[in-house]
Design a protein. Structure first.
Ligand SMILES: N[C@@H](CCC(=O)N[C@@H](CS)C(=O)NCC(=O)O)C(=O)O
Length: 364
């Protein structure tokens, strides 16, 4: 697929950062185009959603959703693959990617929009970058952004005095888990990044390492993680000569898999249950903490559906081994608790290409 991709996004955006990290590593040429009102309405027409990033291919097709976009790009640019060829590693890498990018979204938004100095800085960055053409005083635009982001992604995503410490705990635990790993090797599975690294990169690169409050914590508590995100941003696959990956699933992934089993998958199940029941909001207890009125996300029902499908697509002879490892971290039962999640997110099998129908909650 020769030619340059156009990546529409923002320089502070979680998922745009994830995609850019991947494109830079794979050395896939792209041009970054900052979002503005005109681009957003063009993209809504082309893709049916205004989420970022969106990618325009040299042949004029548009794509959204970074996980399926990466799958598509992996087929167009197969070498070197970021999905390990060993099937159980490939599956676990997908599971960790999904967890990292979806479950760390809430603490990433919380640290950015709940703390005043972060919210003041980031609202200025956003307004200056993507809203310069809106004819309102900067002060008003910045206030509007802070209100929208905090209302939608913090208060509107279950962060209250009841859940505050638990939300922050998910960040602090992540730092400790990753610090232990990156103290001994450059990437999660060894000498080269995989999809799992890019899953963590979304929150860690664009939010936690750069937003003032979370970054202050990271630099002191997890300097190897701080180093890893800069290393990944600057990594180029052509510079890594014959990198080796560890075999199997490393023991030090254990605490991450435990978290997937005790927090993320139970949440995905309740979200899928609510989706099936037609509930637009749901209340769920995670690790003893009650999250109230979470928006039900169609996209995340699809995440569960995809994870189940990836497991079923494993060669039959390795499934018992994968199952045993999932069971030992409490992941097996919640992975299949909801039979047929039936997200209807991609009924026409078009993802990541434009034209799909998106129900309420289009971003997630
Ligand atoms: N599943 C999507 C999620 C994209 C997404 O949620 N992007 C955020 C910005 S990082 C967004 O556009 N949110 C919509 C909004 O804030 O209105 C992906 O992987 O690209």
């Amino acid at each position: 697929m020769p030619g340059t991709l156009k990546v529409y996004g923002a320089s502070i955006s979680y998922y745009t950062g994830k995609l850019e990290g991947y494109l830079r590593y794979k050395e896939i040429p792209y041009e970054f185009v900052p979002f503005n009102r005109k681009i957003m309405s063009m993209l809504s027409r082309q893709t049916g959603t205004s989420q970022m990033p969106a990618v325009e291919l040299p042949d004029g097709r548009f794509m959204t959703d970074t996980t399926p976009m990466i799958d598509f790009l992996e087929s167009a640019y197969p070498e070197p693959s970021v999905i390990p060829p060993e099937p159980v590693q490939g599956f676990m890498t997908r599971l960790v990617e999904d967890y990292a990018e979806e479950w760390l979204w809430r603490p990433a938004m919380h640290y950015r929009w709940s703390y005043r100095k972060d919210a003041l800085l980031l609202s200025r960055k956003i307004v200056d970058e993507i809203m310069p053409d809106i004819p309102l005083p900067g002060l008003v635009k910045r206030w509007m952004i802070r209100r929208r982001q905090h209302g939608g992604w913090v208060r509107g995503d279950g962060v209250t005095s009841e859940t505050w410490d638990h939300v922050e705990g998910s960040y602090l635990k992540t730092l400790d888990q990753l610090e232990a790993i990156f103290a001994s090797r450059p990437y999660l599975l060894g000498e080269a990044p995989t999809l799992a690294d890019f899953g963590f990169f979304a929150s860690i690169f664009r939010h936690f390492s750069q937003d003032p409050t979370a970054s202050d914590i990271m630099r002191v508590r997890a300097p190897h993680v701080f180093e890893w995100q800069a290393r990944l941003w600057n990594e180029r696959s052509s510079r890594l000569s014959s990198p080796t990956l560890l075999s199997g699933i490393p023991e030090d992934w254990g605490p991450i898999l435990d978290e997937i089993g005790s927090a993320y998958l139970p949440y995905l199940c309740d979200n899928a249950r609510a989706w099936k029941a037609g509930e637009k909001q749901h209340t769920v207890e995670i690790q003893g903490v009650t999250y109230r009125k979470l928006p039900t996300s169609q996209y995340r029902v699809w995440c569960l559906e995809r994870l189940q499908a990836h497991f079923r697509n494993l060669p039959k002879e390795v499934q018992p081994q994968a199952r045993a490892r999932l069971e030992s971290h409490g992941c097996w039962e919640p992975l299949f608790r909801i039979q047929k999640p039936d997200s209807r997110y991609d009924e026409e099998h078009q993802v990541p290409f434009r034209g799909r129908k998106v129900h309420y909650q289009n971003a997630h």
